[in-house]
Design a protein around this ligand. Sequence first.
Ligand code: KG4
Ligand code: ZN
Length: 383
Amino acid sequence: MSLPILGIESSCDETAAAVVRGGRDILSSVVASQDDVHRKYGGVVPELASREHLRRIVPVVREALERAGLGFQDLAAVGATRGPGLIGSLLVGYTYAQTLASALGKPLVPVNHLEGHVHAVFLEAQQKKNGAARGDLPELPAVCLIVSGGHTVLYDVRSAIDATPAVEGYPAFRCTYERIGATRDDAAGEAYDKVAKLLALGYPGGPVMDQLAAHGNPQAVAFTSPNTRGNRLDFSFSGIKTAVLRYIRQNPAFEKEIAARTEVLRRGARKAADLLPLSTPATLDLVASFQRAVVRDLVQRTLAAAEERSARCVLVSGGVAANSELRKTFEGECGRRALSVFFPSRPLSTDNAAMIAAAAYPHLLAGELAKEGVDAEANLPLA
Ligand code: KG4
Ligand code: ZN
């Protein structure tokens, strides 16, 4: 049973389509980023995002099919993100998917974007297994940290595999989810983007700050870990953003270099290499210290969750999962605890549609299809 599924993702600012066979083999994955559109605002502008999705959805889907070498009629189903996300953005992708599935007479599988991020980890683990012996797949129960520009949330992920027969010897990763912690204010990626805006380091801020941090001293500026009273598995990142703002205001020397970087960004500079020569040790130390504090907080709370839930492994997904220090710290800390940790590759960490098609697969097998008249939902809960 090959079951190729067309995945469609449009929850935020990436228009994406992919074809994944059997929940495992990525035949194509196309992502049209809108970074250029939102860059000058330093964050996603919802109205512009939906307009861009409308412009791009048809060519992106066409390209995904072309690259997969398949026609619409070859598809077993369409899987599309129904939520959570920006409602205008979601509606473009989900309504398109509803119309397409109905015109083709194919099943439509509604997918929760956050379940997609969890499946990005399973999908990645299965990529490495192609042609090789299996044995290094994530074992459940797991604790999954989803950390991106829109989300910072911890799930206890358990197997519901007994309910679904394995296909071609591969598990369908049919899971149940329990939300055990979440940010009370900003998402971690949002904090990166806001600090990058304060320091004139471009948009999105994470990738550039990740590289600049390597040139600074992470112990230079002390940030206190937020106290999330009531649930130690909750997060809070608005305090550190405010602390950075205060630090910049107290050090007027920052002004000159911020102005210089603003100017090179205006002229089109994007890379860390362009910004590094315009950044003093004080800025690099601030960036490194910010990153150290955010990473330490994410890792400590996730490991506390893993211990509390007796997890057999840790899964980390979402745009910030691409962060090199986050990966290194998780690997070191999990290694010390004989706990395995799994990340998606960078292209599967950030928003993409391959993870949506993969997440749709177990639902398709279980016959969990879209209901007539049920539309996209901005606050769709996973658990
Ligand atoms: O998952 P994603 O593509 O979109 C959503 O927000 O859903 O994540 C984008 C976020 C941005 O905030 C970006 O700054 C952050 O992920 N990001 C990173 C890195 N790469 C992307 N943050 C820290 N380090 C990185 N290497
Ligand atoms: Zn996402």
